[in-house]
Design a binder for this molecule. Sequence first.
Ligand code: FAD
Length: 577
Amino acid sequence: MKENGSEDLHETSRPIRSFVRSSQVVFDTTADVVVVGAGSAGHSAALHARADGADVIMLEAANFVGGTTNKSAAWYWMPNNKHLRSEGLVDNKEDAIRYMARLSRPQMYREDAERFGLPKWEYELIEAFYDNASDAAESLEQLGAITAYHAKEIPDYYANLPENKTPYGRVLQPRDDDGNVGFGEVLVAGLNRAAEKAGVETKLNRRVRQLVINERDEVVGVIAVLPDGSTEAYRSRKAVIFSTGGFAHNPELRRNFLFGPVFGSCAVEASQGDLIEIASDLGAPLRNMNYPWGAPMPLERALWGDKDDPNVMCMFAPPGDSMVFVNKYGKRVVNEKLQYHEAMQAFQTWDGYKAEYSNLFLFMIWDQASDDRYRGTALGNPISPPGESRSHIVSSPTIAGLKEAIAEKLLELREHVGDFQLDSEFSSTLENTIERFNGHARTGIDEDFHRGDGPIEHYFNSFNGPTRPENDKNPLMFPFDSDGPFYATIIAPATLDTKGGPMTNVHGQILDQAGEPIPGLYGAGNCVASPSGKAYWAGGGTIGPAFTFGYLAGKHAAAAPELSAGVTSQTEITTSS
Ligand SMILES: Cc1cc2nc3c(=O)[nH]c(=O)nc-3n(C[C@H](O)[C@H](O)[C@H](O)COP(=O)(O)OP(=O)(O)OC[C@H]3O[C@@H](n4cnc5c(N)ncnc54)[C@H](O)[C@@H]3O)c2cc1C
């Protein structure tokens, strides 16, 4: 099967070693702190290192700043933030950590155990996140990077769990200059403007895949490659902070590290996992490589990918009330409205008897009324409106015809889906599935998958426009029309990005095999190991930690001792002469 990703680019352009000795390098430019990658983690690190007196250069591989953060909805989840407190809400430490521990490592979680059963490293990072999230959020506001909107109407993804004592109030969003709540572009514009104003120099088109290390194996710089293949050497007196995003678009790393198959990502193309190669070369242990930030995605959009369409989206809010996802047997296997990270995991179920991923592709089926009512583009809606491409959608007046249309589509996509085919009984099973679903829709109770039970399902569903006024039982379910036409699209497992990489400590320092910090080397955001294990704690649960660990890394790096390069850089010569 062929997945989306830049394997060729990746394999042909990899440098032989991920580090060079400083004795072999003539530096072009010097700064106290060199930040690599200009997304949420990178900007937070750069802003805070600068605020604490370091001079900072930020190197960015793409020809624009912001990375996947730029594409995001820009929610950032900050436990115990000041806005929450000023509303009189309480988010105490033990309860917040309990919630995160329960979700991150459910198999280890014990309410009465030390650290709730978590390994020490994971506990300490989660604790550091709780302890510093509020300060990081406040500091970003004070530095003029963000004007926050307190989204207290947005529930956590597991607002329903008894362990969640503060189900509302932790999510913040950025406001634009007019006070309107904005998405990623607003967030990044504010961050970058503040960084520029503070004197952080951002250099685009600089991809970093090599470190410079001195004779004591301390990191004292990086080599950046420009699009024309030329290189520049950057000397870091105190630290290099990586914030290069995950490995979502590196199919080789995906295949070898992720728990299950994925077919693409709505992360930016630059999510190539460059730090994974560097860390592997240094012998730094990798953690949490198996769980990505997951989401379903229409297969053809996943294959098309960010490279071809920078606006390509995962499916955050599956539209429609007369709508189901079914597998190759025509059976529902998941609550279609479950938040995306959980829904995606249903695709990866392995049937050990049949030796197949029965749910590898699910088929989103809807009727004409849903097509008329819920067309749109919000949050990856696949029911495209007029004027937008509908080539990923098939339709037929009958269920039997729909089966034929899907089968044809699978054939057309054979290069990507391999021998995956519909079961011969697909049509009759799908008819039964719809009949059963209709029964549940009439009572408003989804006896099979609890559709509509979770508060977040209703929040996301609101992006698809108003639900039917006559549907007072369960607005997320409505009986299918018995008459066609019916519609279908193929949905595949995909990611927002990955969240594994080298281990860091609570200061963002990257650790070696002995658990000791590698001097001069830091990381934050999706390029390093997240302590969230399998979980996506809440909307904003990736940018919140990226901001917080960027904040911690930036501050610690600014206060770090200067490391000797063992050579004199050109800039140092110029400055001193
Ligand atoms: C559509 C969408 C919506 C989302 N909504 C949310 C949300 O609302 N809340 C939330 O918490 N999460 C959300 N996410 C996930 C979130 O966007 C990411 O997890 C987060 O932005 C990652 O931040 P980061 O700083 O680690 O990486 P990025 O923002 O991806 O930044 C990494 C930067 O490093 C650069 N880079 C990569 N390699 C190199 C290299 N070798 N040298 C130099 N530069 C390099 C990249 O070009 C990029 O600019 C969403 C994701 C998507 C796709």
